[in-house]
Write a protein that binds this ligand. Sequence first.
Ligand code: BGC
Length: 253
Amino acid sequence: MTASPVNASSANTPPRTALGIDIGGSGVKGAPVDVTTGSLTQDRLRIPTPQPATPDAVAAVVREIVKHFAWTGPVGVTFPGVVVDGVVRTAANVDRSWVGVDARALFDGAAVLNDADAAGIAEMTFGQGRGRTGTVLVLTFGTGIGSALFAGGVLVPNTELGHLELHGRDAEHRASDRAREEHDLSWEKWAERVEEYLRHVEMLFSPSLIVIGGGVSKKADKFLPHIGIDTPVVPAALQNQAGIVGAAMAASR
Ligand code: BGC
């Protein structure tokens, strides 16, 4: 018998690798992922998010990433808004013209899902949520606040907990990483805001674990020691690559 190439697939065997692309407010990042291990098989490529981040401009960047890796296999793409059956329903941090766009068609048939949901799926399979059966919340802190809610390991998609109201405003306007930068907050001051937000979420969902993802997960030692809620709060094991990995996983299902 001859050895099969990495991407070989029969009708019954899902492909082992898929290209994951994570669209963020500041960068679009992509890499091929071995979906059986959750590891990137090549260095990721990051291209700044075009401004304004219109559908056509972002689609051009997604195609550039596909071309860079000369990719012909399955592709998964995350989007920083509500996505139902491949169609974008909200766009809080990208151009409003996304609302109503069939992103699956725009990205040439790629699997498209919410960015935090993608990060959550990856964390539940390869990271901190592995084997956890209770209520687990994965919260990503970046340009906005994204959320992925799991009960018994099953995702409730598009939960949008970054838009819970705190002090009469969207929570993400107070406690996202962008808010930290814009208001020039110290890590300690920002942690106070994050803690207040997490207490609210804790009160609503009684999770058994909260996983903090997004760019700040790399700097967990700067703010997690200042957060003291009852629920265990841990940084994402896959850090900022969880979105890429989750996008690839969605594509290979
Ligand atoms: C969006 C979410 C997204 C989060 C993180 C929020 O503003 O509404 O859909 O997951 O930002 O990007």
